[in-house]
Design a protein around this ligand. Structure first.
Ligand code: ADP
Ligand code: MG
Length: 338
């Protein structure tokens, strides 16, 4: 593999959790309603993501692993109307350069599914019929086989445990943001987490966080008519104790922009400020409210194309989002004491 390609790849595929993220996003883009994730040895030996989505068409199969191939966007104008998670065609190609990859896929029209073995450049090495039904299964084995330093870094027992935890957190975020999708997570052949398909955010929150956490939350929403930006979510009820309302890390503070899990410093900060001040406890980095905020914005109002793993987004109308959120928080908790 050319060094430049390997370097670029290692920015997209930084760890086991980033492989899971990219593969799950591909499954969601393919309109899957059921996604099973199987890890072996914390993902180092094998990561498999199976979906019941649209499958890869015969015409696209030979290109799917090629660097920068995407079936999702045809011009930069499309970025303004983008609805899919993927659009740069980097993930599968990057994965091929840092692991051994096979793809099993079948569309509705195909009579049979085929399993394709890809080489380190994403070219098809071999293919044969397989018994699997409609959808796509991508399996990556020997992750980071050619990046020994990274392999060693993630290889300690402690890091491996952290990776599994991060995968669980990521899937929890996706499962709240995509209520209608069923998820399961296996590690070393045992089921460690699952979520059934449900109709709405409310049921998805109950499923993933449990009734006792859900019962201390209230529903909030607000829309800006001019920009069509819509905020909705569930926040701790005013008066909830800090013990109930907060965790020591941000892993239960879910923020979604157009159903994309993101971490946006300013938004996280606004939420924390208001909740901590209202519920009467110190606003420190060790206090994170359990909450869910969904921001829906017309794609033309935002730019997700700013970092390789797409967990940051830019809004063209940042002030509108901040103002809407502030007013939502103020109407829930009252204004901030100066
Ligand atoms: P992107 O998601 O940015 O298009 P990827 O490298 O992640 O790029 O995937 C390349 C292409 O492979 C996709 O555009 C799609 O055509 C196909 N593909 C990958 N995974 C799946 C899947 N699970 N179901 C259907 N098609 C897929
Ligand atoms: Mg993708």
């Amino acid at each position: 593999v050319a060094t430049s390609h390997l370097l670029a790849s290692s920015q997209v595929i930084t760890s086991c959790v980033s492989v899971v993220k990219e593969l799950v996003e591909n499954s969601l883009d393919a309109e899957a309603t059921s996604i099973d994730i199987k890890l072996e040895n914390s993902g180092f030996d094998r990561i498999e993501v199976r979906d019941n989505g649209l499958g890869v068409s015969k015409g696209d199969v030979q290109f799917m692993g090629q660097p920068h191939f995407t079936s999702k966007i045809s011009s930069h104008f499309d970025l303004d109307t983008l609805k899919t998670y993927g659009f740069r065609g980097e993930a599968l190609g990057a994965l091929c350069s840092v692991a051994d990859v096979t793809v099993v896929t079948k569309t509705e029209e195909d009579k049979l599914s085929f399993v394709y073995t890809l080489d380190h450049c994403g070219r098809i090495l071999s293919s044969k019929p397989s018994p699997l039904g409609q959808g796509t299964t991508v399996a990556a084995t020997k992750l980071f086989k050619n990046l020994p330093v990274r392999k060693q870094f993630y290889g300690s027992a402690k890091r491996k445990k952290e990776e599994i935890k991060k995968v669980e957190d990521l899937l929890m975020a996706f499962s709240i943001m995509q209520p209608g999708v069923r998820f399961s997570l296996y590690h070393n052949h045992s089921l460690i987490w699952q979520k059934i398909a449900v109709p709405d955010f409310r049921s998805a929150l109950i499923q993933t966080l449990g009734n006792s956490v859900f019962n201390m939350m209230i529903y909030v929403s607000k829309k800006d008519e001019e920009t069509k930006i819509f905020l909705e979510g569930f926040l701790p009820k005013p008066g909830t104790s800090s013990q109930q309302a907060c965790r020591t890390n941000p892993d239960r503070c879910f923020v979604a922009v157009n159903r994309r899990p993101v971490h946006l410093k300013e938004i996280d900060k606004l939420i924390r400020q208001h909740i901590c001040s209202s519920l009467g406890f110190e606003n420190s980095k060790s206090r994170w409210p359990v909450c869910f905020l969904s921001i829906d914005a017309p794609p033309s109002k935002m730019d997700v194309n700013i970092d390789p793993n797409k967990s940051t987004v830019l809004f063209h109308c940042k002030e509108v989002v901040s103002k809407l959120l502030t007013s939502l928080l103020e109407s829930t908790y009252g204004s901030l004491e100066k």
